[in-house]
Design a protein around this ligand. Structure first.
Ligand SMILES: CC(=O)SCCNC(=O)CCNC(=O)[C@H](O)C(C)(C)COP(=O)(O)OP(=O)(O)OC[C@H]1O[C@@H](n2cnc3c(N)ncnc32)[C@H](O)[C@@H]1OP(=O)(O)O
Ligand SMILES: CC(C)C(=O)C(=O)O
Length: 567
């Protein structure tokens, strides 16, 4: 039977991770000011974690993408895994598609035949990194290897010796060495340092030709501050630190792989390994996109280019056959979309404030980055459903139709859209919202009570204005006229005298829609009715005066509908 609750005392089964004794830790007050060296392990750690590993076509596609983004160190596979891997790596090396400034890396267990196969796969490479690993933590020593500390250290030493031998025998390539004490984050720190120091004694790195020491959180088991302590401790206590590039390889079992990598950088690391959008074993590796764009939002050029993030996602999804989650930081389809009213209101105000701003500083509420920097448009920034508010509805109408409703009219319009959203129980698109607007304010509809057919305006001898024209009432055309101080008041007088519609203007505004010869005008009216109540009108026309006449008729239609409802 499955349990019906979690264990009441989980401490019987799970132990808290012990803190690191580092009272004078420095990393908490450090800042990240420069990008690290980036290594993508998409083609290795990512590839070993997907249902159907990539074929050569997909691997090449991914490789080209990584090059395009600007990744300079790329782990291209595990050559001893089989002929698919070996042949791909050999093919890549021979294809000439590895740019001069890009170095490929391969991974191998510390076993002689596998190491030799790995070197062979890189035959002909201009430069390469061979990455050796063996697990060092107590559980792996006891359970996987059944070996003592000394025996596990010896695995690393033996592997390093074979690497040196192979490198010396294959002089045509600029060989670089990388060693990972796998399971570093759950191992005794002094033991990891001891093993790394032993590997360094064999490979004799220098500050000019350093070894890469990659310190994995193979399975994330503690809060990221613990990992940072481990990295700082390692950097401070490694003999000959200058001869090593300290690299991070965090997994995401606790959901903090990115945080651990960032704190690890603050703690002194020089390099990060990870995958695009966090693919990798189990819950994945550190997401390189997130770390890079986190830096970007702090004003630091990460050296990786995600200016067309949708294209990157498309290729990654194709190669991994895994979707990028809609809420994935920076890339997810919904991460720049607000559905809720208060967020929409703040974003809309943010964009309006930005137009008045005289510098480029990004200060839009709820949006940590400008979506345009990643090639996204602002279209999807606000989408509306029953959680939305007037700012959101007004935004969609403005983006779609160019209409900028006066604030009080937004509130009126909002009630109508809200009613539809509640009734529909789904997202409303721009067409839905435009439809509600047209029906509510009798704009560009043919079935309204009062319909303007034609008109002309003239000036009387006393300076007042005369409106004379044809208005169709429920389809029946009538010639009408009226006089007022201006065009609007002359139309209002006409409606009152000819049809008994009594409305009084409280507020009027207008704006242009678009620019140039295609520009139109939108006019808005807030009117009170004789018997109490407020109605709104909107008119759209190429001619600003006609737009205002249409706005009056729009308000009159609303008033007529209200009076009809009241009867
Ligand atoms: C944390 C990581 O992601 S590490 C990368 C893991 N990636 C992969 O494993 C993908 C590619 N791997 C493979 O295709 C296969 O594992 C191969 C071809 C490399 C090797 O396959 P096999 O020879 O069948 O061995 P297998 O992988 O099962 O390894 C088991 C043996 O290797 C030993 N071993 C495991 N890791 C290491 C290591 N890093 N160094 C030395 N020995 C190791 C184990 O103790 C075990 O030894 P035993 O047989 O004496 O008990
Ligand atoms: C081999 C190492 C770097 C690894 O993939 C891990 O520990 O997760």
């Amino acid at each position: 039977m499955p349990r019906t609750s979690l264990m009441p005392d989980p401490s019987r089964k799970y132990r808290p991770f012990p803190p690191i004794d580092l009272p004078d830790r420095q990393w908490p007050s450090r800042r990240i000011t420069t990008p690290p060296r980036w290594l993508s392990t998409d083609l290795r750690d990512g590839n070993q974690a997907i249902v159907d590993p990539m074929d050569a076509v997909k691997k090449n596609r991914f490789f080209d993408l990584l090059v395009e983004i600007g990744v300079k160190e790329i782990e291209v596979g595990f050559p001893s895994a089989g002929t698919t891997e070996f042949d791909f790596i050999q093919g890549l090396v021979r294809s000439g598609r590895i740019p001069e400034d890009v170095t490929v890396q391969v991974l191998t267990q510390s076993r002689e035949d596998l190491i030799r196969t790995s070197f062979a796969s890189l035959e002909g490479a201009r430069s390469a990194i061979v990455h050796l690993y063996n697990a060092v933590s107590p559980a792996w020593r006891d359970i996987v290897f059944g070996m003592s500390r000394e025996q596990v250290r010896q695995i690393a030493i033996d592997g390093a010796r074979i690497m040196r031998e192979e490198a010396e025998a294959r002089s045509g390539t600029d060989w670089n060495f990388q060693y990972s004490p796998e399971t570093f984050s759950t191992a005794e720190l002094d033991f990891s340092i001891e093993v790394c120091a032993s590997v360094m004694e064999v490979l004799k790195p220098t500050s000019e030709k350093p070894i890469i020491l990659n310190l994995p959180a193979t399975v994330e088991a503690a809060t990221p501050n613990i990992y940072a302590d481990q990295i700082e401790y390692f950097c401070r206590n490694l003999p000959d630190r200058d001869a090593a590039v300290v690299s991070l390889h965090t997994h995401n079992d606790r959901g903090t792989g990115v945080a651990a990598a960032e704190l690890g950088l603050m703690a002194g690391a020089d390099r990060i390994e990870g995958c695009l959008f966090g693919n990798g074993e189990r819950t994945g590796n550190c997401c390189l996109v997130t770390v890079a764009l986190n830096m970007y939002t702090q004003g630091i050029d990460p050296g990786l280019n995600f200016s067309d993030i949708d294209r990157v996602i498309e290729i990654v999804e194709y190669c991994n056959q895994l979707p990028v989650h809609q809420r994935h930081p920076y890339g997810g389809e919904l991460v720049y979309t607000a559905f809720s009213g208060s967020h929409q209101d703040a974003i809309k105000k943010g964009f309006a404030a930005r137009e008045r701003q005289n510098d480029d500083a990004w200060r839009i509420p709820y949006l940590p980055i400008d979506p345009a920097d990643l090639g996204r448009t602002y279209e999807a920034v606000i989408r509306v459903n029953s959680q939305s508010g007037k700012g959101g509805f007004a935004w969609v109408l403005e983006q779609d139709q160019g209409l900028k409703l006066p604030k009080r009219m937004q509130a009126d319009f909002s009630r109508q859209v809200q009613a539809l959203a509640d009734q529909a129980g789904r997202e409303l698109n721009a067409a839905d919202i435009w439809d509600v607007f047209r029906r509510t304010y009798y704009v560009q509809t043919s079935d309204k009570h009062f319909q303007l057919v034609e008109y002309e305006e003239s000036r009387a001898g006393d300076g007042t204005r005369i409106f004379s024209g044809t208005i169709a009432v429920d389809g029946k055309e009538q010639s009408v006229s009226g006089r007022g101080n201006g065009l609007i008041s002359s139309v209002i007088a006409t409606l009152r005298d000819s049809f008994g519609v009594a409305i009084e203007v409280q507020d009027y505004s207008e704006h242009a829609i678009g620019k140039g010869t295609d520009a139109q005008a939108a006019a808005y009216l807030e009117c009170t009715m004789d018997g109490g109540g407020t109605v709104w009108g909107c008119g759209i026309d190429e001619d600003v005066a006609t737009a205002s006449v249409r706005a009056v008729l729009s308000a009159a239609n609303a008033a007529a509908a209200l009076s009809k409802d009241a009867c």
